[in-house]
Design a protein around this ligand. Structure first.
Ligand code: GLC
Length: 507
């Protein structure tokens, strides 16, 4: 069996720092808040934390618009707070990935201020300036991807908000400056990066109009240029020159698993890439069967290690996507943590949170993504551990019953289910790195076997809202069931409504 680096065997937990925990009572989460609640993450049993951006930022896009890559925004704390967080995480055996945003800076970044100051400024070419716009569209409801600059009378490119001008990675000075950013954090001890919109950095050198943009789609939904791969190879080389198996996981936000597979290169680009079709998928056995088969076919053949994600800060939480059903959300946890690949959890899914209800008055994000970004309810009683100013977004529904405090005390809570599944992964090589084979099953059941050496596990997920019979050869017992009936007993073949089970051979 080949050697499996830590990140293949890991479960990663995404922290969205604005909404994780607030230590200073200003209503916005911060790094000290994260540090103080690392115990929750450690007790969950995960291996690594990915922190959404905490760099200096005017917050036009909640920190994805960076004005200084080598400093922490005062909203979140200071460099010292970051060092303290890193040290404490490492002490607890947790690795830390930072969010690296290579495609664009903030329009307040010193580089862009220089670039826009005059046409002959040495940094003019660090960004993408043109006399004429093409038809490219920006994401986040921002309309054209080009904004006119009055002073220098040219347009600059931004695949996201006008406050997020795109860097020109064809300029070697940009490459060097951004590599310096990576070194800065690697030298401080971070264990890797999640690379924001990794597929966007290379642009079509012809700047050709695109039909999909004409139809209203933003370019960032499908941009897929060879030059992005060259940029990623450069970054990979740099990261690989550091000891300690640092890792790169890229956000390749293209809804095609086949194209996503290309971003692993010849094991010289991303170590792992997000693959988002399952993140869009409704609670539907046909859709999930397709998603999983696609991954096995497209990534399996090129030996690219898969990732699994059901929720993140850009999309509706999966509980909401599954019609609000806790039963489905529990069954999905069994699936997420037993498929072949590295699962990425989004803070709060271990509490079974649904999207917060956002009124027009409480809306912050121009992209309409606030619902998934609500603050985590730590304590049952309001203000749920967020003392001080009212948090920047409203709490999710049922904050009291779903609070971490309640979930901790309640033996059957979804939090306990996540903990047990993660701890079972730790015990089972088959679940961590074993191969994956689909098993024959009724159409509304997805069933598969995981195997490594003589460790074998079977998983069956019943998507139907009524019981199903699933026959499997041999004698099996139920290790974990999303709905408790049958747990710890011999498996009879009966799956309850929307119940998922993890089986091991009977002894
Ligand atoms: C990624 C981030 C998203 C951000 C965008 C622009 O998709 O996840 O939050 O708005 O990139 O940086």
């Amino acid at each position: 069996m080949t050697e499996h680096p830590w990140w293949r065997q890991a479960v990663v937990y995404q922290v969205y720092p604005r909404s994780f925990a607030d230590s200073d009572g200003d209503g916005v989460g911060d790094l000290t808040g994260v540090r103080q609640h690392l115990g929750h993450i450690r007790d969950l049993g995960v291996d690594a934390v990915w922190l959404s951006p905490v760099y200096r930022s005017p917050m036009a896009d909640a920190g994805y618009d960076i004005s200084d890559y080598q400093d922490i925004d005062p909203t979140f704390g200071s460099l010292e707070d970051m060092d303290a967080l890193l040290a404490e995480a490492h002490r607890l055996g947790l690795r830390v990935l930072m969010d690296f945003v290579p495609n664009h800076t903030s329009d307040q970044h010193a580089w862009f201020r220089e670039s826009r100051s005059s046409r002959d400024n040495p940094k003019r070419d660090w960004y993408i300036w043109r006399d004429e716009p093409n038809n490219w569209r920006a994401a986040l409801n921002a309309g054209s991807a080009w904004t006119w600059d009055e002073q220098t009378e040219q347009y600059y490119l931004h695949l996201f908000l006008p406050q997020q001008p795109d860097l020109n990675w064809r300029n070697p000075d940009v490459v060097e400056a951004m590599h310096d950013v990576l070194r800065f954090w690697l030298d401080r001890g971070v264990d890797g990066f999640r690379i924001d919109v990794a597929h966007c950095v290379g642009k079509d050198p012809e700047f050709a109009d695109d039909q999909r943009c004409a139809a209203g789609e933003p370019l960032s939904d499908f941009n897929d240029q060879p030059y992005s791969h060259e940029v990623l190879r450069g970054i990979r080389k740099l990261v690989d020159s550091y000891p300690g198996d640092r890792v790169l996981v890229g956000e390749v936000n293209i809804r095609s698993t086949r194209r996503v597979a290309k971003y692993y290169g010849a094991n010289d680009e991303l170590h792992m890439s997000f693959n988002f079709p399952p993140l869009d998928a409704p609670w539907d056995p046909v859709v999930f069967r397709m998603c999983v088969r696609e991954v096995e076919k497209e990534l399996g053949t090129v030996a690219a290690w898969p990732t699994w994600v059901l929720s993140n800060h850009d999309n509706e939480r999966h509980r909401t996507r599954y019609g609000g059903s806790m039963r489905r959300t529990r069954a999905a946890a069994v699936m997420l943590l037993t498929l072949r690949g590295t699962p990425f959890l989004y803070q709060g899914e271990e509490l079974g949170l649904a999207n917060a209800v956002i009124t027009p008055e409480s809306q912050v994000d121009p992209g309409g993504r606030d619902g998934a970004r609500a603050p985590l309810p730590w304590l049952a009683a309001p203000p749920h551990g967020w003392d001080g100013k009212t948090p920047w977004l409203p709490f999710p529904p049922d904050a009291e019953t779903l609070s971490a405090q309640r979930a901790n005390d309640e033996p059957g809570s979804i939090l306990q289910l996540y903990r047990r599944l993660i701890s079972e992964r730790r015990r089972s090589e088959a679940l961590r790195v074993g191969d994956w084979t689909e098993l024959p099953s009724p159409p509304e059941v997805l069933a598969y076997r995981r195997r490594a050496g003589d460790d074998t596990r079977i998983v069956a997920i019943n998507f139907a809202d009524h019981p199903q019979q699933f026959e499997v050869d041999g004698r099996w017992q139920v290790t974990i069931a999303s709905e408790p009936d049958g747990e710890g007993e011999p498996f009879t073949g009966r799956l309850g409504a929307e119940q998922a089970v993890l089986l091991e051979p009977s002894r």
